[in-house]
Ligand binder design. Structure first.
Ligand SMILES: Nc1ncnc2c1ncn2[C@@H]1O[C@H](COP(=O)(O)OP(=O)(O)OP(=O)(O)O)[C@@H](O)[C@H]1O
Length: 243
């Protein structure tokens, strides 16, 4: 269905940075010369259009959707289909149809990477994605607190049970690095390592906390030259080597 490598950014836990990671990873892969799309499968809680500051809708051609392009990344999101910020009030079967719509009715073309920004948890979308996109590989995102890893693990177990390869764990918001030297582990430590051990995969990266660049239209995007940007570039190289 999708012509390219598919990487799902998942977690059993919400708010750990899946959407920010999907965008920053897409940009980092692009910096490596790869062509990349993001499919925002967080149907109820879409945030990719906001992170990329996209405020226009996709056009159509012969009944198919032309993906929106921002920062050189092709994007499809539920956010393009709703009016203003209206909530999505749907039951499970509708969610599966939307995954099908986003994968089959969009003119993606052939790309190096499709990044799937998954909703938190192991609900309908995760279940449908595993059934409909069997070729997808996954990274599991957690924060450093061990309690977060405990919740995040469920997404990893779901992936393994449905025979999807878990490439590894990424620990986000691992430390604060105000002067570029001294690390402050303000959200605890060890969660990523514990989770990687439990899933028998590698801990691929530990990403620092970055203060949002409030002056920017896209404050969640890592600025070039910062420790967060460097970590994303390393992560992109590691992920690229796993496909
Ligand atoms: N490394 C980081 N440093 C600082 N803030 C971060 C970092 N990563 C993510 N955030 C912030 O944390 C918040 C949650 O991030 P994000 O929306 O990406 O998480 P999510 O896992 O996709 O959430 P949800 O489960 O609701 O889909 C956002 O405000 C984001 O800007």
């Amino acid at each position: 269905m999708l012509k390219g490598n598919v990487l799902a950014v998942t977690s059993g836990k919400g708010g750990v940075g899946k959407s920010s990671m999907s965008v920053n990873l897409a940009l980092a892969l692009q910096e490596l010369g790869k062509s990349v799309a993001i499919i925002d499968l967080d149907i109820y809680g879409f945030s990719i259009p906001k992170i990329l500051d996209i405020d226009y809708k996709p056009k159509t051609f012969n009944g198919k959707i032309i993906p929106v392009e921002s920062h050189g990344i092709k994007v499809m999101s539920m956010g393009f289909l709703v009016k203003d910020n209206e909530p999505i009030v749907w039951r499970g079967p509708m969610l599966g149809k939307m995954i099908q719509h986003f994968t089959e009715d969009v003119l993606w073309g052939e790309l190096d990477y499709f990044i799937l920004d998954m909703p938190p948890g192991t609900g309908d979308v995760a279940l449908d994605m595993h059934l409909m996109i069997p070729e997808s590989k996954e990274i599991i995102v957690t924060t450093p607190h061990k309690a977060a890893a405990f919740v995040a693990e469920r997404a990893g177990v779901m992936a393994i049970k449905s025979k999807h390869e878990v490439i590894g764990v990424v620990e986000n918001m691992s430390y604060f690095l105000p002067d570029g030297v001294q690390k402050y582990f303000i959200f605890g430590s060890g969660g990523g390592e514990v989770l990687a051990d439990q899933l028998h995969v590698d801990l691929l990266a530990q990403l620092p906390i970055q203060e949002p660049a409030e002056s920017s239209e896209t404050p969640a995007i890592a600025i070039g030259g910062t420790p967060l940007h460097r970590e994303y570039m390393n992560l992109a190289k590691v992920i690229d080597s796993k496909f």
